[in-house]
Design a protein around this ligand. Structure first.
Ligand SMILES: [Zn+2]
Length: 134
């Protein structure tokens, strides 16, 4: 019966939950970012080390350059979705009806995109092992 408790899904500390909330990949409790993403002047401010387990977030020098590939993929998917949505909702409007909303919305999505790409990148490609705290 003791194994039953170990098999329970730990939703609070799942990898998906940690990626969504921008939590540390090692302890999944400490926040990676100092401020919420809607504070647009400070959305990019990160802790150097995890406030809970002291993991250094920039695993190696230049580590965050890799997050640009994730950011690019997210942005392309977002823009393609918007383009297709505009095409069908407005029945193939002139080109300016694509350019203006796509430009504005992709700029508005920068804080979200920046943080999501870093969070996804460190969790999937940081090779940091999850060490739950006792
Ligand atoms: Zn941590």
């Amino acid at each position: 019966m003791e194994n039953d408790t170990k098999l329970k899904l730990d939703v609070k500390h799942s990898r998906i939950q940690a990626i969504i909330e921008g939590k540390c990949p090692q302890c999944r409790e400490g926040k990676m970012f100092m401020y919420p993403f809607w504070q647009i002047t400070k959305f990019d401010k990160m802790h150097d080390n995890c406030p809970v387990c002291n993991l250094r977030f920039e695993v190696e020098p230049g580590f965050w350059y890799g997050a640009m590939f994730i950011s690019y993929a997210i942005n392309v998917a977002f823009l393609a979705f918007l383009g297709v949505a505009i095409f069908f909702v407005f029945n193939d409007p002139p080109i300016l009806y694509y350019i203006i909303p796509i430009t504005v919305l992709s700029l508005a999505a920068v804080p979200f995109n920046f943080r999501a790409s870093r969070s996804i990148f460190i969790h999937l490609f940081g090779f940091v092992k999850y060490k739950p705290r006792e």
